[in-house]
Design a protein around this ligand. Structure first.
Ligand SMILES: [Zn+2]
Length: 150
């Protein structure tokens, strides 16, 4: 098990294995809720450039999913997307996901990222329409899964 499970998120500023970026964006798109089928906005984090915090490697075009921990700088800027929050598993907080504003259902990131045709699949290639990129200010850091161009 991950020891982060035992630490309240807001007290865990240190990201052990993740990505740091000073050229990060919120990618926002419209999709339909998996539960109630209402239209809703979903977001993810896309880093134009970034550094792998564990190896120090430079990376470009990284799309982050299943965010487990984020630093205060990122959390503060995501306050305007209150429906992007950790999935609640009983008392433990899980990874972040978009939640439907109509019915509250969590939209797991694998439904948005993993398959061709998913709203955030292939985001790095920039070929998809209807996705808005909102720049984040300053340097942000998070841990989660990420896929990069290089
Ligand atoms: Zn819904």
């Amino acid at each position: 098990m991950n020891k982060m499970d035992e630490v309240p998120l807001q007290e865990h500023f240190e990201v052990e294995a993740g990505i740091a970026s000073n050229k990060a964006y919120v990618a926002a798109a419209q999709t339909t809720c998996v539960h109630c089928s209402e239209m809703m906005e979903v977001i993810c984090i896309h880093c134009q450039t970034g550094i792998a915090t564990e190896s120090g490697d430079s990376m470009t075009g990284c799309t982050v999913s299943n965010i487990l921990v984020m630093d205060a700088a990122l959390a503060a800027q995501l306050e305007v997307w209150p429906y992007f929050k950790p999935i609640e598993f009983g008392s433990a907080a899980g990874h972040y996901a978009n939640h439907c504003p109509h019915c509250g259902a969590a939209q797991e990131d694998y439904l948005l990222h993993d398959e061709p045709g998913d709203v955030f699949f292939g985001l790095s290639q920039g070929g998809r329409r209807g996705i808005e990129f909102i720049p984040l200010v300053g340097s942000v850091q998070m841990s989660g899964d990420y896929t990069c161009e290089s």
